[in-house]
Write a protein that binds this ligand. Structure first.
Ligand SMILES: *[C@@H]1O[C@H](CO)[C@@H](O)[C@H](O)[C@H]1NC(C)=O
Ligand SMILES: *[C@@H]1O[C@H](CO)[C@@H](O)[C@H](O)[C@H]1NC(C)=O
Ligand SMILES: *[C@@H]1O[C@H](CO)[C@@H](O)[C@H](O)[C@H]1NC(C)=O
Length: 399
């Protein structure tokens, strides 16, 4: 093999061709773009060996948002029993907080990838300090029917697997593995993507196991194991007064253990748009700090200015959320000007575990809906029915 670039160029010319990363080999691959712009459809990227990222700072220049970047592909599949290892530990030590999720600009820099015989150990031949911008390990952009299955993605410097502007995403039997204390290492991140199916996957990381951002609809997640990590999140939405639209999201049959949150929706004050039609069903939590959260006052600093505009939340359903918590079972903090509407709770049974934290009762603010069964503990703070001035939808929250 001449290198990934050359092999890709060949594979690209033939419909349904396979690019094989053979077993028992370790390939050191620098940041690379697999562009499908002039490619035939249905190419298979068969990963049986291991692909590792460079830990030499020089390779990353001023910082890149992606390591393995798959763009404009049609019917493309990554499959196999191999490992994709971002060797992120060299990036994590830098505690400087940076969240590149919102400055999603495309940085297509010239790349140079090398194939080498196995360097069996993580060398610490760092050519200096790692840049502040940390790459996502695998990113799909602007692709139709991308599939990722079988592989293990581990120790990403930042997010492990991201889909942006994709339709018909399929992820199953995938393992994500990085330490619980690795910063900003989301498992799977979705944005501006529709018709997404994720199942039978094992996600252990230092941030959200699955993060669903603006522009996502028809997302179905089931039979996922999450932990360590921060749980499964919709948002943060509406940052910097932006419009966010998320609809028809189902998350079911999920096992969460030692996560910070369980199922969470978070929005910034001042946003617009809506989150509509969410079902969290059969979520088993074990020693989770906050199993159920809606936070319409999300703020990543000490104080954020109060604003009346908000991303509207309607039709948020929780059924069979069971297990143990260590801080607060339910926290619903909705906007004063735009209360949460049609929030329903069915068979919620959450038992406290005295851990190292103080235990709190359920909290609700401006949250309206229905208790379809009794809950443990009782969630008396939910306001039954509709808000008094039954708000009419305005252009503000149309999507
Ligand atoms: C890639 O690196 C090799 C070896 O360092 C060098 O010879 C080659 O010119 C580089 N290619 C590009 C496109 O920079
Ligand atoms: C909602 O999403 C599911 C996939 O999760 C899809 O089957 C269904 O048709 C969607 N419903 C609507 C109304 O689009
Ligand atoms: C925002 O509103 C909350 C609740 O009404 C209040 O406690 C808080 O002090 C306000 N913050 C600012 C910065 O005005």
């Amino acid at each position: 093999m001449q290198g990934f670039e050359a092999t890709w160029a060949e594979a690209c010319k033939v419909e349904s061709s396979t690019m094989l990363i053979p077993a028992d080999y370790v390939f050191l691959v620098g940041p690379i773009v697999f562009s499908g712009l002039y490619c035939k459809p249905k190419i298979i990227f068969q990963v049986e060996g291991t692909i590792i990222a460079p830990t030499n700072a020089n390779v990353w220049g001023k910082g890149l948002l992606q390591w393995l970047d798959f763009i404009k592909l049609v019917g493309f599949t990554i499959q196999g029993n191999g490992i994709i290892d971002g060797r992120g530990s060299v990036w994590w030590q830098d505690t400087q907080y940076n969240d590149p999720l919102d400055d999603e600009e495309k940085l297509l820099v010239p790349f140079n990838n090398t194939l080498e015989s196995p360097p069996m150990q993580i060398e610490s031949s760092m050519g200096g300090k790692m840049p502040g911008i940390k790459p996502t390990a695998i990113r799909f952009y602007g692709s139709i029917n991308p599939t990722v299955t079988g592989i293990t993605i581990q120790n990403s410097p930042q997010c492990h697997l991201k889909f942006d502007n994709c339709n018909g995403v399929l992820v199953h039997d995938v393992t994500v593995s990085s330490p619980g204390d690795s910063p900003n290492t989301d498992g799977i991140h979705l944005q501006n993507s529709r018709d997404v199916l994720i199942y039978k996957s094992n996600l252990a990381c230092g941030d959200d196991c699955i993060s669903i951002q603006t522009g996502c609809s028809n997302v179905y997640v089931h039979n996922v194991d999450c932990g360590p990590g921060h749980g499964i999140s919709i948002g943060g939405l509406g940052k910097d007064n932006t419009r966010a639209c998320v609809s028809n999201i189902t998350i079911r049959d999920v096992n969460m253990h030692n996560t910070m949150n369980g199922v969470r929706i978070k929005t910034w004050q001042g946003g617009s748009g809506s989150v509509q039609g969410v079902l969290f069903s059969n979520i088993q939590v074990s020693e989770v700090q906050f199993p159920i959260i809606i936070d319409q006052f999300y703020c990543d600093k000490r104080n954020c200015q109060n604003q009346t505009a908000a991303v509207a939340l309607t039709g948020i359903n929780y059924e069979s959320i069971k297990g143990t918590y260590t801080v607060k079972p339910v926290h619903f903090a909705c906007s004063d000007s735009l209360p949460c509407v049609d929030v329903s709770l069915t068979s919620v049974e959450l038992q406290p575990v005295q851990d190292k934290y103080h235990l709190y009762d359920p909290f609700c603010w401006e949250t309206y809906g229905e208790l379809k069964t009794t809950t443990v503990p009782p969630i008396d703070c939910l306001q039954i029915g509709k808000p008094p001035n039954n708000r009419i939808q305005t252009a503000h929250d149309l999507c």
